[in-house]
Design a protein around this ligand. Structure first.
Ligand code: SF4
Ligand code: SF4
Length: 215
């Protein structure tokens, strides 16, 4: 899931300077789970904006704000409305998908934080940094890129103290976790696997995947 957090409201208000009539677009999936772009969040945003001199002229919550076709359909609701700007209450991907479908300024109300797991309602753990070459098959299902503060792929830095990371002692050392997990799985031999350093020169942004074109 893409984890988002609300921006400070002053930031959004600064972006909205000069805009009076505003449309709100949320997301029925990740941003709803993150409590940043679901029905309740849009209702609260509407109340705040209207108490602060804006007029909310329409709202939409596509099931997923990153789905171009879904968003295109939802944005038709704004077509005949007099709108100065859209506030997108999804992730950065959603904001761009909305922007692709309207000839209006689109302002994000959220910061997009990471790809994460839902531990429980309202608690999220960063899990994958989308490196494009997954190595967790040799690391006991634990991502060294994300869970090690230095993203080391071939073992620990040696700085851990009492099993905690030297960079952020709130976290367990990823490589101790990886070692323990491999022992548990009877795969200790994998600790010695040499993994290629993560050079990010192998691709340039933006990346594209097309199943149809086989790439
Ligand atoms: S190695 Fe880590 S960052 Fe890379 S794809 Fe796998 S989980 Fe994601
Ligand atoms: S202490 Fe462990 S988790 Fe922290 S940077 Fe070193 S190897 Fe990575």
């Amino acid at each position: 899931m893409i984890i988002t957090q609300k921006k400070p409201i002053e930031e959004l208000m600064a972006m909205l300077e000069g805009a009076t009539k505003v449309g709100l677009v949320g997301c029925g999936n990740c941003a709803t789970a993150c409590q940043t772009g679901g029905e309740k969040d849009l209702a609260e945003m509407k109340e705040y904006l209207e108490a602060n001199g804006k007029q909310v002229v329409g709202t939409a919550i596509p099931d997923e704000c990153c789905q171009k076709l879904l968003v295109k359909k939802e944005m038709k609701a704004f077509k005949d409305l007099d709108v100065d700007a859209i506030v997108c209450m999804a992730c950065g991907d959603g904001a761009q998908t909305v922007a692709d479908n309207v000839k209006l300024p689109v302002y994000p109300s959220n910061n997009t934080m990471f790809l994460g797991q839902v531990e429980r309602v309202g608690v999220f753990n960063e899990a994958c940094r989308m490196c494009g070459d997954c190595v967790v098959g040799t690391t006991g299902g634990i991502c060294p890129i994300t869970q090690c503060a230095k993203s080391l792929v071939n073992g620990p830095c040696g700085g851990q103290k009492n099993g905690k990371c030297e960079v952020n002692p709130d976290n367990d050392c990823a490589w101790i976790k990886i070692y323990n997990r491999l022992v548990e799985l009877g795969q200790e031999d994998k600790i010695a696997v040499t993994r290629a350093d993560k050079g990010y020169a192998a691709f340039s942004y933006p990346r594209k995947i097309s199943l149809k074109e086989g790439k």
